[in-house]
Design a protein around this ligand. Structure first.
Ligand code: OVM
Length: 397
């Protein structure tokens, strides 16, 4: 084994100016080598495609059970009871993942497509009447906040808590900075609300949550675990899709030639969304923890090292993606890491695609032009690259 030492860098990913504009950080990270040590946080960081792929897919050496944020669950108490699917390794992971795989299966998601489409039509018809609006609250948040909790099977009231909870979950992966503290301030109200929504008596008879609870009858999970898996859906399914849809609108508003291509060819809806994911990486970074002394690309990684895996940087690596910094709806970026890779790869990606494809399909049919009506504003978040505000103007086709 080679034991070359990983060089230090004092770059600060969790600075609010970097979180809202991460590209320069990503570029410097890739330029500095396969791995760097971020001295401020005493974590390793990886941002080239190949090594990010290697570390993210190797669940034996680089575990999730010690947490996927900066906190090492072996040394510090997590802010909430760990997720029983995200923050575990096989064999525990295999059992819970099976239950989620079934609940979010292609068949289950296919049955929702007509509803997603009808909701997208109703929403975009209303927005065409208005013309100029903020695409973050009025579209990117409005659409998932309607269709996703309906699909899970949770009651309509209090849904604004879902965004507040998502903000806690994703900011909690970072250090104790201002975005994390602002999000956590809502915990006393939001955490009990979420936990109540996950209970068997609170869910509807026909959603993803009901399928998860069928895992109890099948002897795969107990009732407490089923509630925890519903919590996973509510943790991971809202902010991510809000960000994906918002970033799609941002990409199209700022690349009118690419929107014209999409308008001309319905078969580009799916690849266009994959390119949005590659180009913007809604989840910017998750950690893994080295569970043994090991090496990657000839560099020594001591046991216990946290490794910040910069999916956003890997998705912009010029060595993997020619013209990586251009948004091209026809690129078909197979192998992008926006959904992760390996056993922990996004279990809800079929739902995410169905939601975004409903929105993009209706958009390309009904909307002739999308343009900025003001400056886009990004929201500092410790593990997501998301918009706070996107003023746009749309015209009818
Ligand atoms: C969870 C979960 C799963 C994926 C992502 C996520 C950090 C949470 O199981 O709670 O966001």
């Amino acid at each position: 084994m080679s034991d070359a030492t990983i060089a230090d860098w004092d770059g600060d990913f969790f600075d609010e100016a970097v979180l809202t504009n991460p590209e320069p950080f990503y570029a410097e990270l890739r330029a500095r080598g396969p791995l760097v040590r971020l001295s401020r946080y005493d974590v390793l960081a990886v941002g080239r495609y190949q090594e990010t792929y290697t570390i993210f897919s190797d669940w034996k050496r680089f575990v999730s059970s010690r947490g996927v944020g900066l906190t090492d669950f072996k040394k510090e108490k997590p802010w909430r009871q760990p997720s029983i699917v995200l923050e575990v390794d096989p064999p525990e992971h295999t059992r819970t993942r099976t239950v989620l795989n079934r609940a979010l299966s292609p068949g289950a998601v296919n049955r929702l497509k007509d509803t997603f489409r009808a909701e997208a039509e109703a929403l975009i018809d209303r927005l065409l009447e208005v013309g100029t609006f903020d695409a973050v609250p009025d579209l990117a948040e409005a659409f998932p906040l309607k269709v996703f909790p309906d699909a899970v099977g949770i009651s309509p009231e209090g849904r604004e808590n879902l965004l507040l909870y998502g903000s806690m979950v994703f900011n909690a992966l970072g250090p104790d900075n201002a975005p994390r503290r602002a999000a956590m301030a809502h915990a006393p109200v939001v955490v009990p609300w979420i936990n109540q929504r996950c209970a068997r008596e609170a869910i509807t008879a026909d959603g993803f949550a009901a399928t998860i609870y069928q895992g109890v009858e099948r002897g795969e999970v107990n009732e407490v675990e089923a509630g925890m898996l519903v919590r996973s859906l509510l943790s991971a399914g809202v902010d991510t899709t809000v960000t994906g849809i918002g970033s799609a609108l941002w990409c199209l508003a700022t690349n009118p030639d690419q929107y014209a291509l999409l308008r001309a060819d319905a078969s580009l809806v799916r690849p266009a969304f994959e390119e949005v994911l590659r180009f913007t990486s809604p989840v910017s970074a998750f950690c893994r923890t080295a569970n043994q002394d090991t090496e990657v690309s000839g560099l020594f990684i001591p046991e216990g090292s946290k490794i910040l895996c910069m999916l956003g940087a890997a998705n912009l690596d010029e060595n993997k993606w020619p013209e990586a910094h251009r948004f091209k709806v026809a690129r078909k970026p197979t192998g992008h890491l926006a959904f992760g890779v390996g056993i922990h790869g996004c279990v809800g990606q079929t739902v995410a695609r169905a939601e975004s494809e409903a929105v993009l399909s209706v958009l390309r049919e009904k909307v002739a032009t999308i343009e900025l009506a003001g400056e886009p504003v990004w929201q500092a978040n410790n593990s997501m690259h998301l918009l706070k505000s996107l003023p746009i103007r749309i015209t009818r086709a």
